[in-house]
Design a protein around this ligand. Structure first.
Ligand code: UGA
Length: 440
């Protein structure tokens, strides 16, 4: 394991495999550094959108970076068009969803590896295949490598390079996270593979860690497991503070002042949502169990996270003397503000718990109503916060959108102005509401 300085080197021909959120940000970022980038997208609908210059995701700063990249020559193409033949570096950024049994579905990775392998068969120069998708340790070596070798008829090492380069982008700050990483992790099959990645990332600031494939893959899981467990520990401490009538926020603020702990990721609430934390912690838990390591912390991380929405519903039930037949306004469906992504949304979990208990839930979110409607078509949606609150006997805040913190007399339209806040989304002072914090 070494820390290395990047060499100053010329630009590369790079194929980004997968036009999803990681792929597009990575493509635009690398293109802005002068590399010749092509985005390979298999899904026809998405490919057409991209060809027409429309980005399928919203990410601050991405439109501007993307337009500049397109002006500078960034292309989008279907993998079957033969683009892999010319690439010197292929960065695989396809999804790795979780199956029902908690294991990873590697279908997209395998499909991409087979296409790239075919390209390698026809190419003459040396190229490196780098996996950016989140995959469990051993996947690049044990799954991707054999597919590439079979499809190409060539050998990893002497004929082509192999690497694992995990991503650490958070939605809403992905462009910034890409351009100003706090570390770049490069797992290489060998020195030659790692060197091509060092060239690709030469203009990015921050330390580089060059390591082996499996270690790089594990760094991603370890990072997300740390962040997720920190949120669950924060929530457990917060629940404990609230149960003792103590000032949760002061406790956490003081804890964060210890520079060994730091102030970030200490926000208590209804728990983590999103496409990464729960999926990655579950995949790591399944891996641990399969190799005979007891994943106590990982399991507890998920348990605490699943408990927080139950606590919120319990609190509401207690305040209202039962939720059955009550109209509840649910503010917030996106897994965090600034996105319309509802994967693992705590708001939708709360909606389904409340509806199961017989409540009449009306939901609103500034951005995520269309995606929530597609996932939960029979939930009732309001077209704005005022309509959502009108006539409600209680309101739940499940996402801390700035729009919600600006609500004032809208609460006056409620039948009972009871607000149970799951995210510290509101400063209740002067609002004339009955405010209950989930764990503060
Ligand atoms: C997360 C990580 O932050 C990224 O570093 C990582 O690259 C990414 O997953 C990934 O694996 O792809 P993301 O899921 O986009 O990024 O969003 P976060 O900002 O980390 O928030 C995740 C969830 O945790 C949200 O629901 C948020 O509300 C919750 N959270 C976060 C808390 O409840 N408390 C906190 O203190 C912080």
């Amino acid at each position: 394991m070494t820390f290395t300085e990047s060499p100053r080197t010329p630009h590369l021909k790079i194929a980004i495999v997968g036009g999803g959120y990681v792929g597009l940000v990575t493509a635009a970022g690398l293109a802005s550094h002068g590399h010749k980038v092509t985005v390979m997208e298999v899904e026809e609908g998405r490919l057409k959108e991209l060809e027409a210059g429309r980005l399928p995701i919203r990410e601050p700063g991405l439109e501007a970076l993307w337009s500049k990249a397109v002006e500078g020559g960034l292309r989008v193409a279907h993998p079957k068009e033969g683009g892999y033949r010319a690439a010197e570096l292929m960065i695989v950024c396809v999804g790795t969803p979780t199956r029902e049994d908690g294991t990873q579905d590697l279908a997209h990775i395998k499909g991409a590896a087979a296409d790239i392998g075919e390209g390698l068969r026809d190419s003459h120069g040396y190229a490196v295949v780098a996996i950016k998708s989140t995959v469990l340790p051993g996947t690049t070596e044990g799954v991707v490598r054999p597919i590439l070798e079979r499809a190409s008829g060539r050998r990893a090492g002497p004929d082509f390079g192999l690497a694992a380069v995990p991503e650490f982008l958070a939605q809403g700050s992905a462009v910034q996270d890409f351009l100003h990483p706090n570390r770049i992790v490069i797992g290489g099959l060998d020195k030659a593979s790692a060197e091509v990645l060092l060239r690709a990332f030469a203009k990015l600031p921050g330390p580089r860690m060059v390591t082996d494939l499996g270690t790089a893959e594990m760094i991603k899981y370890a990072s997300n497991a740390f962040l997720a467990s920190r949120i669950s520990l924060t929530n457990e401490i917060a629940n404990l503070c609230k149960a003792q009538g103590l000032d949760t926020l002061q406790v956490l603020e003081a804890v964060g002042m210890d520079d060994r702990i730091g102030p970030k990721f200490l926000r208590p609430g209804v728990g983590f949502g999103g496409s990464c934390f729960a999926k990655d912690v579950q995949a790591l838990t399944a891996r641990a169990t399969s190799i005979g390591v007891i994943p106590r912390m990982l399991r507890a991380t998920i348990e605490v996270n699943e408990d927080q929405p139950l606590r919120l519903v319990g609190l509401l039930d207690q305040k209202l003397g039962g939720v059955k037949g009550r109209r509840i306004a649910l503010l917030g469906l996106a897994f965090k503000p600034g996105t319309d992504d509802i994967r693992e949304s705590r708001g939708l979990v709360i909606a389904s718990l409340l509806r199961r208990a017989g409540a009449h839930v009306v939901a609103f979110d500034p951005e995520a109503v269309p995606s929530a409607r597609a996932a939960s078509p029979d939930l009732e949606y309001a077209s704005d916060a005022r309509k959502c609150l009108a006539g409600a006997e209680a309101c739940v805040i499940a996402t801390e959108w700035p729009e919600f913190s600006r609500l004032r007399n809208e609460f006056g339209a409620m039948k009972r102005p009871l607000v149970v806040d799951g995210r510290r989304g509101l400063d209740p002072v002067g609002l004339g509401i009955e405010y209950v914090g989930l764990c503060w």
